[in-house]
Design a protein around this ligand. Structure first.
Ligand code: PLP
Length: 426
Protein backbone atom coordinates (compact mmCIF):
# COMPACT_ATOMS: atom_id res chain seq x y z
CA UNK A 1 0.00 0.00 0.00
CA UNK A 2 2.95 2.32 -0.49
CA UNK A 3 1.25 4.47 -3.16
CA UNK A 4 -1.66 5.06 -0.80
CA UNK A 5 0.66 5.82 2.16
CA UNK A 6 2.75 8.29 0.19
CA UNK A 7 -0.36 9.92 -1.27
CA UNK A 8 -1.77 10.43 2.19
CA UNK A 9 1.54 11.81 3.44
CA UNK A 10 1.82 14.01 0.35
CA UNK A 11 -1.50 15.67 1.07
CA UNK A 12 -0.09 17.03 4.33
CA UNK A 13 2.79 18.91 2.71
CA UNK A 14 1.60 19.48 -0.88
CA UNK A 15 -1.87 20.81 -1.86
CA UNK A 16 -3.80 17.80 -3.10
CA UNK A 17 -0.62 15.76 -2.77
CA UNK A 18 0.61 16.64 -6.26
CA UNK A 19 2.60 19.35 -8.03
CA UNK A 20 0.29 19.50 -11.06
CA UNK A 21 -3.47 18.96 -10.68
CA UNK A 22 -4.26 16.17 -13.18
CA UNK A 23 -1.74 13.89 -11.45
CA UNK A 24 -4.12 13.65 -8.48
CA UNK A 25 -6.55 11.21 -10.19
CA UNK A 26 -9.35 13.46 -8.93
CA UNK A 27 -11.63 12.91 -11.92
CA UNK A 28 -11.02 9.17 -12.23
CA UNK A 29 -10.86 8.49 -8.50
CA UNK A 30 -8.40 6.24 -6.71
CA UNK A 31 -4.76 6.62 -5.83
CA UNK A 32 -2.13 8.06 -8.15
CA UNK A 33 0.87 5.86 -8.73
CA UNK A 34 4.05 7.34 -7.31
CA UNK A 35 6.68 6.57 -9.88
CA UNK A 36 10.04 5.19 -8.83
CA UNK A 37 11.68 4.70 -12.23
CA UNK A 38 11.06 4.48 -15.94
CA UNK A 39 12.75 2.78 -18.85
CA UNK A 40 11.75 2.65 -22.52
CA UNK A 41 7.98 2.28 -22.72
CA UNK A 42 7.64 1.23 -19.08
CA UNK A 43 7.27 2.95 -15.72
CA UNK A 44 7.41 1.35 -12.27
CA UNK A 45 5.67 2.64 -9.18
CA UNK A 46 7.05 2.62 -5.64
CA UNK A 47 5.43 -0.79 -5.05
CA UNK A 48 7.48 -2.26 -7.89
CA UNK A 49 4.48 -2.65 -10.21
CA UNK A 50 5.33 -2.25 -13.88
CA UNK A 51 3.10 -0.33 -16.29
CA UNK A 52 3.16 0.30 -20.02
CA UNK A 53 3.27 4.07 -20.15
CA UNK A 54 1.06 6.07 -22.51
CA UNK A 55 1.53 9.31 -20.59
CA UNK A 56 5.14 9.83 -21.66
CA UNK A 57 5.51 12.65 -19.12
CA UNK A 58 2.63 14.35 -21.03
CA UNK A 59 4.63 14.32 -24.24
CA UNK A 60 8.37 14.74 -23.76
CA UNK A 61 9.32 11.04 -23.56
CA UNK A 62 9.20 10.51 -27.33
CA UNK A 63 12.41 8.46 -27.60
CA UNK A 64 11.37 6.38 -24.58
CA UNK A 65 12.24 6.87 -20.94
CA UNK A 66 15.87 6.91 -19.81
CA UNK A 67 17.20 6.61 -23.33
CA UNK A 68 20.87 5.73 -22.75
CA UNK A 69 22.15 8.41 -25.14
CA UNK A 70 20.01 11.11 -23.53
CA UNK A 71 21.02 10.01 -20.04
CA UNK A 72 24.69 10.10 -21.07
CA UNK A 73 24.29 13.61 -22.55
CA UNK A 74 22.69 14.78 -19.29
CA UNK A 75 25.43 13.19 -17.18
CA UNK A 76 28.18 14.70 -19.30
CA UNK A 77 26.59 18.15 -19.11
CA UNK A 78 25.96 17.91 -15.36
CA UNK A 79 29.61 17.20 -14.64
CA UNK A 80 30.48 20.54 -16.21
CA UNK A 81 28.07 22.52 -14.08
CA UNK A 82 24.32 22.74 -13.58
CA UNK A 83 23.67 26.39 -14.34
CA UNK A 84 25.80 29.44 -15.01
CA UNK A 85 23.50 32.41 -15.57
CA UNK A 86 25.80 33.22 -18.50
CA UNK A 87 25.43 32.06 -22.09
CA UNK A 88 26.67 28.70 -23.38
CA UNK A 89 27.41 27.40 -26.86
CA UNK A 90 24.89 24.59 -26.32
CA UNK A 91 22.06 27.13 -26.29
CA UNK A 92 23.26 28.49 -29.62
CA UNK A 93 23.42 25.00 -31.11
CA UNK A 94 19.88 24.21 -29.89
CA UNK A 95 18.59 27.53 -31.25
CA UNK A 96 20.28 26.86 -34.61
CA UNK A 97 18.80 23.36 -34.67
CA UNK A 98 15.27 24.61 -33.96
CA UNK A 99 15.59 27.31 -36.64
CA UNK A 100 16.87 24.73 -39.13
CA UNK A 101 14.08 22.26 -38.37
CA UNK A 102 11.19 24.75 -38.35
CA UNK A 103 11.57 27.21 -41.23
CA UNK A 104 8.99 29.62 -39.75
CA UNK A 105 11.42 30.23 -36.87
CA UNK A 106 14.19 32.66 -37.76
CA UNK A 107 15.09 33.44 -34.16
CA UNK A 108 14.21 31.68 -30.94
CA UNK A 109 14.42 32.42 -27.23
CA UNK A 110 14.73 29.54 -24.76
CA UNK A 111 12.73 29.54 -21.52
CA UNK A 112 12.01 26.87 -18.90
CA UNK A 113 8.41 25.76 -19.57
CA UNK A 114 5.59 25.84 -22.06
CA UNK A 115 3.73 28.32 -19.87
CA UNK A 116 6.61 30.76 -20.04
CA UNK A 117 6.85 30.28 -23.80
CA UNK A 118 3.18 31.12 -24.49
CA UNK A 119 3.03 33.91 -21.90
CA UNK A 120 6.09 35.54 -23.45
CA UNK A 121 4.85 35.02 -27.01
CA UNK A 122 1.60 36.80 -26.14
CA UNK A 123 3.47 39.71 -24.56
CA UNK A 124 5.70 39.88 -27.62
CA UNK A 125 2.70 39.84 -29.97
CA UNK A 126 1.10 42.70 -28.03
CA UNK A 127 4.37 44.63 -27.89
CA UNK A 128 5.16 44.14 -31.57
CA UNK A 129 1.70 45.09 -32.82
CA UNK A 130 0.89 47.67 -30.18
CA UNK A 131 -2.55 46.07 -29.86
CA UNK A 132 -4.34 44.63 -26.83
CA UNK A 133 -6.66 41.78 -27.74
CA UNK A 134 -5.87 38.12 -28.24
CA UNK A 135 -8.00 35.32 -29.65
CA UNK A 136 -7.82 31.84 -28.14
CA UNK A 137 -10.07 28.81 -28.56
CA UNK A 138 -12.25 26.93 -26.12
CA UNK A 139 -10.54 23.81 -24.83
CA UNK A 140 -7.07 24.86 -25.94
CA UNK A 141 -4.63 24.99 -23.06
CA UNK A 142 -1.67 27.30 -23.34
CA UNK A 143 -0.24 27.01 -19.84
CA UNK A 144 -1.36 28.79 -16.72
CA UNK A 145 -0.63 32.49 -17.27
CA UNK A 146 -3.56 34.77 -16.42
CA UNK A 147 -4.68 35.99 -19.83
CA UNK A 148 -4.69 32.45 -21.28
CA UNK A 149 -6.50 30.73 -18.44
CA UNK A 150 -9.96 31.25 -19.88
CA UNK A 151 -12.06 28.29 -21.03
CA UNK A 152 -8.88 26.28 -21.20
CA UNK A 153 -8.44 22.55 -21.56
CA UNK A 154 -6.29 19.99 -19.75
CA UNK A 155 -6.73 19.96 -15.95
CA UNK A 156 -9.25 22.78 -16.02
CA UNK A 157 -11.50 20.84 -18.37
CA UNK A 158 -10.94 17.64 -16.42
CA UNK A 159 -12.20 19.29 -13.25
CA UNK A 160 -15.13 20.93 -15.03
CA UNK A 161 -13.91 24.45 -14.21
CA UNK A 162 -12.41 25.75 -17.42
CA UNK A 163 -11.48 29.18 -16.06
CA UNK A 164 -9.44 29.78 -12.93
CA UNK A 165 -10.38 31.67 -9.83
CA UNK A 166 -7.76 34.27 -8.91
CA UNK A 167 -7.77 35.85 -12.36
CA UNK A 168 -9.55 39.22 -12.14
CA UNK A 169 -12.03 39.86 -14.95
CA UNK A 170 -10.03 42.94 -15.98
CA UNK A 171 -7.00 40.73 -16.63
CA UNK A 172 -8.87 38.69 -19.23
CA UNK A 173 -11.00 41.44 -20.68
CA UNK A 174 -8.78 41.42 -23.77
CA UNK A 175 -8.96 37.65 -24.24
CA UNK A 176 -11.55 36.69 -26.84
CA UNK A 177 -12.49 33.02 -26.56
CA UNK A 178 -13.98 31.35 -29.63
CA UNK A 179 -15.04 27.86 -30.65
CA UNK A 180 -12.28 25.66 -32.10
CA UNK A 181 -12.82 24.90 -35.78
CA UNK A 182 -15.31 27.75 -36.15
CA UNK A 183 -13.76 30.12 -38.67
CA UNK A 184 -16.93 32.21 -39.00
CA UNK A 185 -16.59 33.22 -35.36
CA UNK A 186 -13.01 34.34 -35.97
CA UNK A 187 -14.07 36.29 -39.04
CA UNK A 188 -16.75 38.02 -36.97
CA UNK A 189 -14.30 38.93 -34.20
CA UNK A 190 -11.94 40.45 -36.77
CA UNK A 191 -14.85 42.35 -38.34
CA UNK A 192 -15.72 43.82 -34.95
CA UNK A 193 -12.34 44.60 -33.37
CA UNK A 194 -9.80 43.56 -35.99
CA UNK A 195 -7.59 46.60 -35.57
CA UNK A 196 -7.07 45.81 -31.87
CA UNK A 197 -6.29 42.09 -32.22
CA UNK A 198 -2.62 41.43 -31.53
CA UNK A 199 -2.68 37.71 -32.19
CA UNK A 200 -4.54 34.47 -32.58
CA UNK A 201 -3.03 31.67 -30.49
CA UNK A 202 -4.05 28.14 -31.36
CA UNK A 203 -3.06 24.56 -30.71
CA UNK A 204 -2.88 23.68 -34.42
CA UNK A 205 -3.87 20.14 -33.43
CA UNK A 206 -5.49 20.36 -30.03
CA UNK A 207 -4.19 17.94 -27.42
CA UNK A 208 -5.65 19.39 -24.25
CA UNK A 209 -9.32 18.57 -24.81
CA UNK A 210 -8.33 15.08 -25.81
CA UNK A 211 -7.04 15.03 -29.40
CA UNK A 212 -8.97 17.28 -31.78
CA UNK A 213 -7.80 17.96 -35.30
CA UNK A 214 -8.42 21.16 -37.23
CA UNK A 215 -11.09 20.91 -39.93
CA UNK A 216 -9.92 21.46 -43.49
CA UNK A 217 -9.46 25.19 -44.04
CA UNK A 218 -9.52 26.23 -40.37
CA UNK A 219 -5.80 26.89 -39.94
CA UNK A 220 -5.53 28.27 -43.47
CA UNK A 221 -8.38 30.64 -42.63
CA UNK A 222 -6.66 31.80 -39.44
CA UNK A 223 -3.50 32.49 -41.44
CA UNK A 224 -5.43 34.53 -43.98
CA UNK A 225 -7.39 36.56 -41.44
CA UNK A 226 -4.28 37.35 -39.40
CA UNK A 227 -2.37 38.50 -42.48
CA UNK A 228 -5.33 40.55 -43.68
CA UNK A 229 -5.76 42.34 -40.35
CA UNK A 230 -2.12 42.71 -39.28
CA UNK A 231 -2.46 40.29 -36.36
CA UNK A 232 0.14 37.62 -35.56
CA UNK A 233 -0.64 33.93 -35.83
CA UNK A 234 0.87 31.92 -32.98
CA UNK A 235 1.00 28.15 -33.27
CA UNK A 236 1.29 26.71 -29.78
CA UNK A 237 3.26 23.59 -30.66
CA UNK A 238 4.31 22.90 -27.07
CA UNK A 239 2.64 19.51 -27.41
CA UNK A 240 2.65 18.92 -31.17
CA UNK A 241 6.17 20.21 -31.87
CA UNK A 242 8.31 17.24 -33.00
CA UNK A 243 5.47 15.00 -31.74
CA UNK A 244 2.79 15.26 -34.44
CA UNK A 245 5.53 15.02 -37.08
CA UNK A 246 9.16 15.95 -37.71
CA UNK A 247 8.27 19.61 -38.27
CA UNK A 248 5.22 19.81 -36.05
CA UNK A 249 1.82 20.74 -37.43
CA UNK A 250 3.37 23.52 -39.49
CA UNK A 251 5.31 20.84 -41.33
CA UNK A 252 2.21 18.70 -41.85
CA UNK A 253 0.09 21.57 -43.15
CA UNK A 254 2.62 23.89 -44.77
CA UNK A 255 1.09 26.83 -42.90
CA UNK A 256 3.62 29.34 -41.62
CA UNK A 257 2.80 30.93 -38.28
CA UNK A 258 4.42 34.22 -37.28
CA UNK A 259 5.41 32.82 -33.89
CA UNK A 260 5.66 29.29 -32.53
CA UNK A 261 5.87 28.07 -28.96
CA UNK A 262 7.65 24.84 -28.06
CA UNK A 263 8.51 22.82 -24.93
CA UNK A 264 8.16 19.13 -23.93
CA UNK A 265 10.07 17.19 -26.67
CA UNK A 266 12.75 19.88 -27.13
CA UNK A 267 13.77 19.35 -23.49
CA UNK A 268 13.88 15.56 -23.74
CA UNK A 269 12.30 15.32 -20.26
CA UNK A 270 14.15 18.24 -18.70
CA UNK A 271 12.53 21.66 -18.16
CA UNK A 272 12.72 23.68 -21.39
CA UNK A 273 10.43 25.88 -23.42
CA UNK A 274 10.99 28.14 -26.41
CA UNK A 275 9.25 30.79 -28.45
CA UNK A 276 10.43 31.91 -31.83
CA UNK A 277 9.43 33.13 -35.24
CA UNK A 278 9.97 35.98 -37.67
CA UNK A 279 13.16 37.87 -36.93
CA UNK A 280 11.55 41.29 -37.26
CA UNK A 281 9.11 40.29 -34.50
CA UNK A 282 11.71 38.61 -32.28
CA UNK A 283 13.81 41.79 -32.43
CA UNK A 284 11.22 43.40 -30.14
CA UNK A 285 12.45 41.21 -27.26
CA UNK A 286 14.92 42.61 -24.70
CA UNK A 287 17.83 43.29 -24.95
CA UNK A 288 17.12 44.29 -28.58
CA UNK A 289 13.67 45.71 -28.02
CA UNK A 290 11.26 46.95 -25.40
CA UNK A 291 9.36 43.71 -24.67
CA UNK A 292 10.87 42.34 -21.48
CA UNK A 293 11.42 38.65 -20.90
CA UNK A 294 14.09 36.87 -18.84
CA UNK A 295 14.87 33.72 -16.82
CA UNK A 296 17.49 32.61 -14.28
CA UNK A 297 17.50 29.06 -15.63
CA UNK A 298 16.63 29.85 -19.27
CA UNK A 299 18.69 27.72 -21.64
CA UNK A 300 19.86 25.56 -18.75
CA UNK A 301 22.90 23.57 -19.93
CA UNK A 302 21.66 20.19 -18.71
CA UNK A 303 18.21 20.69 -20.26
CA UNK A 304 19.80 21.86 -23.51
CA UNK A 305 21.98 18.74 -23.63
CA UNK A 306 18.92 16.49 -23.15
CA UNK A 307 17.00 18.41 -25.81
CA UNK A 308 19.81 18.35 -28.36
CA UNK A 309 20.33 14.61 -28.01
CA UNK A 310 16.59 13.98 -28.25
CA UNK A 311 16.30 16.04 -31.44
CA UNK A 312 19.29 14.16 -32.86
CA UNK A 313 17.67 10.78 -32.18
CA UNK A 314 14.30 11.68 -33.61
CA UNK A 315 15.86 12.99 -36.79
CA UNK A 316 17.35 9.59 -37.59
CA UNK A 317 15.89 7.91 -40.70
CA UNK A 318 12.56 6.20 -40.22
CA UNK A 319 11.88 7.57 -36.72
CA UNK A 320 8.53 9.21 -37.48
CA UNK A 321 7.40 6.53 -39.92
CA UNK A 322 7.78 3.95 -37.17
CA UNK A 323 6.27 6.17 -34.46
CA UNK A 324 3.22 7.07 -36.57
CA UNK A 325 2.71 3.47 -37.64
CA UNK A 326 2.88 2.25 -34.03
CA UNK A 327 0.38 4.89 -32.89
CA UNK A 328 -1.99 4.12 -35.77
CA UNK A 329 -1.78 0.39 -34.96
CA UNK A 330 -2.55 1.14 -31.31
CA UNK A 331 -5.64 3.14 -32.22
CA UNK A 332 -6.87 0.52 -34.70
CA UNK A 333 -6.41 -2.27 -32.16
CA UNK A 334 -8.26 -0.38 -29.43
CA UNK A 335 -11.18 0.31 -31.78
CA UNK A 336 -11.35 -3.38 -32.67
CA UNK A 337 -11.44 -4.41 -29.01
CA UNK A 338 -14.15 -1.83 -28.24
CA UNK A 339 -16.22 -3.06 -31.19
CA UNK A 340 -15.81 -6.67 -30.02
CA UNK A 341 -17.46 -5.73 -26.72
CA UNK A 342 -20.04 -3.40 -28.26
CA UNK A 343 -18.64 -0.33 -26.47
CA UNK A 344 -19.37 3.07 -28.04
CA UNK A 345 -15.88 4.26 -28.82
CA UNK A 346 -13.79 6.11 -31.37
CA UNK A 347 -10.12 6.97 -31.60
CA UNK A 348 -7.71 9.01 -33.68
CA UNK A 349 -3.98 9.64 -33.95
CA UNK A 350 -1.34 11.83 -35.53
CA UNK A 351 2.37 11.10 -35.32
CA UNK A 352 3.03 9.93 -31.77
CA UNK A 353 -0.18 11.36 -30.26
CA UNK A 354 -3.56 9.69 -29.94
CA UNK A 355 -7.05 10.35 -28.67
CA UNK A 356 -9.57 7.84 -27.32
CA UNK A 357 -13.18 8.91 -27.00
CA UNK A 358 -16.12 7.15 -25.42
CA UNK A 359 -18.49 8.50 -28.08
CA UNK A 360 -19.31 7.16 -31.51
CA UNK A 361 -17.54 9.81 -33.62
CA UNK A 362 -14.19 11.51 -33.32
CA UNK A 363 -15.04 14.97 -31.91
CA UNK A 364 -14.21 18.22 -33.71
CA UNK A 365 -15.12 20.76 -31.02
CA UNK A 366 -14.91 21.32 -27.28
CA UNK A 367 -18.69 20.83 -26.99
CA UNK A 368 -18.53 17.51 -28.83
CA UNK A 369 -15.67 16.13 -26.74
CA UNK A 370 -17.62 17.01 -23.62
CA UNK A 371 -20.33 14.61 -24.75
CA UNK A 372 -17.93 11.72 -24.12
CA UNK A 373 -19.03 9.14 -21.58
CA UNK A 374 -16.66 9.98 -18.73
CA UNK A 375 -18.06 7.19 -16.54
CA UNK A 376 -17.12 4.64 -19.18
CA UNK A 377 -13.68 6.23 -19.48
CA UNK A 378 -13.13 6.00 -15.74
CA UNK A 379 -14.01 2.29 -15.71
CA UNK A 380 -11.71 1.73 -18.68
CA UNK A 381 -8.90 3.75 -17.13
CA UNK A 382 -8.91 1.77 -13.87
CA UNK A 383 -9.30 -1.57 -15.62
CA UNK A 384 -6.29 -0.75 -17.82
CA UNK A 385 -4.30 0.33 -14.78
CA UNK A 386 -5.14 -2.95 -13.06
CA UNK A 387 -3.85 -4.72 -16.17
CA UNK A 388 -0.60 -2.73 -16.12
CA UNK A 389 -1.33 0.04 -18.63
CA UNK A 390 -0.92 3.65 -17.49
CA UNK A 391 -3.08 6.11 -19.45
CA UNK A 392 -3.60 9.83 -18.80
CA UNK A 393 -6.02 9.99 -15.85
CA UNK A 394 -8.66 12.02 -17.69
CA UNK A 395 -11.11 11.59 -20.54
CA UNK A 396 -9.94 14.97 -21.85
CA UNK A 397 -6.26 14.39 -22.43
CA UNK A 398 -4.34 13.03 -25.40
CA UNK A 399 -2.10 9.98 -25.09
CA UNK A 400 1.52 9.57 -26.13
CA UNK A 401 3.51 6.79 -27.74
CA UNK A 402 7.30 6.51 -27.78
CA UNK A 403 9.79 4.88 -30.12
CA UNK A 404 10.08 2.06 -27.55
CA UNK A 405 6.44 0.97 -27.89
CA UNK A 406 6.95 -2.14 -30.00
CA UNK A 407 4.73 -4.94 -31.25
CA UNK A 408 5.04 -6.95 -28.05
CA UNK A 409 3.96 -3.95 -25.98
CA UNK A 410 1.03 -3.28 -28.29
CA UNK A 411 -0.08 -6.90 -27.97
CA UNK A 412 0.01 -6.60 -24.19
CA UNK A 413 -1.97 -3.36 -24.45
CA UNK A 414 -4.63 -5.05 -26.62
CA UNK A 415 -4.92 -7.96 -24.17
CA UNK A 416 -5.43 -5.46 -21.36
CA UNK A 417 -7.94 -3.49 -23.45
CA UNK A 418 -9.90 -6.69 -24.17
CA UNK A 419 -10.48 -7.13 -20.45
CA UNK A 420 -11.01 -3.41 -19.82
CA UNK A 421 -13.68 -3.01 -22.54
CA UNK A 422 -15.40 -6.13 -21.18
CA UNK A 423 -15.68 -4.34 -17.82
CA UNK A 424 -17.02 -1.20 -19.51
CA UNK A 425 -19.64 -3.29 -21.31
CA UNK A 426 -20.65 -5.17 -18.15
N1 PLP B 1 0.77 24.73 -24.38
C1 PLP B 1 0.34 23.49 -24.64
C2 PLP B 1 -0.26 23.18 -25.98
C3 PLP B 1 0.47 22.49 -23.67
O1 PLP B 1 0.06 21.24 -23.96
C4 PLP B 1 1.04 22.80 -22.43
C5 PLP B 1 1.16 21.79 -21.38
O2 PLP B 1 0.62 20.72 -21.42
C6 PLP B 1 1.46 24.11 -22.20
C7 PLP B 1 1.32 25.05 -23.20
C8 PLP B 1 2.10 24.48 -20.90
O3 PLP B 1 3.37 23.89 -20.81
P1 PLP B 1 4.05 23.63 -19.39
O4 PLP B 1 3.22 22.62 -18.68
O5 PLP B 1 5.44 23.18 -19.74
O6 PLP B 1 4.06 24.95 -18.68
Amino acid sequence: MKNQDIFQRAQESIPGGVNSPVRAFKSVGGTPRFIAKANGAYIWDVEGTQYIDYLGSWGPAIVGHSHPEVVKAVQDAAVNGLSFGAPTEGEVILAEKICALLPSIEQVRLVSSGTEATMSAIRLARGATNRRKIIKFEGCYHGHSDSLLVKAGSGLLTFGNPSSSGVPQEFVSHTIVLEYNNLDAVQQAFNEVGNDIACVIVEPIAGNMNLIKPKAGFLEGLRELCTQHGALLIFDEVMTGFRAGPKGVQGLTGIKPDLTTLAKVIGGGMPVGAFGGRKDIMQHIAPMGAVYQAGTLSGNPVSVAAGLKTLEILNRPGFYEQLSATTATLVKGLKEKAAKHGVTFSADSVGGMFGIYFRSEVPTTFAEVQESDTKAFNVFFHAMLDEGVHLAPSAFEAGFVSACHNEEILTKTFDAADKAFAKVAA
